[in-house]
Unconditional design. Structure first.
Length: 318
């Protein structure tokens, strides 16, 4: 079946709750732009080309770093131990140095300086160290798009904040924290690929792009592209389902709780990272809180974690 989302090109808005210069959008159904018909026609051509490339698998998917894949597998292996994890990370000296730097950062608040990976495992635990190693590995293979460096950084920070919030929500709901973190971290993994593909097509066709149009393409196509990446990377089924359905969690099947937690994590991350994305009352009105059986005091507790999450994002994003 041919994929077609039919992106609506946004008009410039004076609504105080809009964020026209951010590619992290919160409004999925945007009115068609008041533009010259020629401009609308060019965007339609761009979209048609994008759909064809996705349908024919002519988009470049990122390769899962070998270390990240092996660390994820080790984290899910009940027989794994600290020695195996340390040895695996040690195979990449740059990764090992980066992991140690993060482990010693204020975000993780070690009681004493951590001098080795074995010490890091003892102080932080295997789950925490695995999380750091996977995150650092994924950052090292981030998509690079000349002229869009700030946008890629914005997407990465949003992924980190989503992962951090997903952990906190899972802890509150007494679900698997490690799994929730991966769902949050990777739920938007298709966005950089869509961004790279759209900007390449626009360059080939000499079509100017504005941030609102780019955001519409990312909103419309990243879940499908993300699902292709999930297959390519052989991600756990709950992560794949979160990528595909986090915005329409009602349609999730086997892993609905993880998908709902990812939806909320995404929303909280946007709330703290995108100024004026939506106000406090709009955030609290979303049905996902009730569907997760979270009460107003639970929402307050999550919002109180803003500085903790931002500190973690700043540390990981460096």
């Amino acid at each position: 079946m041919t994929l077609h989302v039919q992106v609506k090109v946004p008009r410039h808005s004076t609504d105080k709750n809009s964020e026209p210069h951010s590619i992290l959008r919160t409004d999925c159904n945007v009115d068609t732009a008041i533009r010259h018909p020629h401009d609308v026609g060019m965007i339609a051509q761009l979209e048609q080309t994008l759909v064809e490339r996705i349908d024919k698998h002519r988009i470049e998917l990122p390769v899962l770093p070998q270390v990240a894949g092996r660390v994820m597998a080790l984290a899910n292996d009940p027989s794994a131990d600290a020695v195996r994890l340390s040895a695996l990370i040690h195979q990449d000296q740059a990764l090992a140095a980066h992991v140690l730097r993060i482990a010693n950062s204020p975000a993780y608040m070690p009681r004493t300086p951590i001098a080795s990976l074995q010490h890091a495992v003892a102080m932080l635990g295997m789950s925490q160290l695995s999380e750091i190693a996977v995150t650092v590995s994924l950052k090292n293979v981030a998509v690079k798009i000349p002229g869009y460096e700030a946008d890629i950084q914005q997407l990465w920070r949003h992924a980190l904040a989503s992962g951090a919030y997903a952990k906190e929500i899972a802890r509150m709901r007494r679900y698997n924290v490690e799994s929730a973190y991966l769902c949050g971290l990777l739920h938007g993994v298709g966005k950089p690929v869509v961004l790279k593909t759209v900007t390449a097509i626009a360059s080939e066709m000499h079509i100017p792009l504005d941030p609102g149009t780019v955001a519409s393409f990312l909103d419309g196509y990243h879940p499908h592209v993300g699902s292709l990446i999930a297959i390519e990377w052989a991600l756990p089924p709950q992560v794949a389902e979160a990528i595909t359905y986090y915005r329409i969690y009602e349609q999730a099947s086997a892993h609905k709780q993880e998908v709902m937690m990812t939806c909320l994590a995404d929303r909280l991350a946007t709330f703290i990272l995108v100024p004026n994305s939506f106000n406090d009352s709009t955030l609290r009105e979303h049905s996902v809180f009730a569907d997760l059986n979270l009460y107003p005091n639970d929402i307050d507790a999550l919002l109180s974690l803003k500085e903790k999450v931002l500190n973690l994002v700043d540390t990981m994003a460096q």
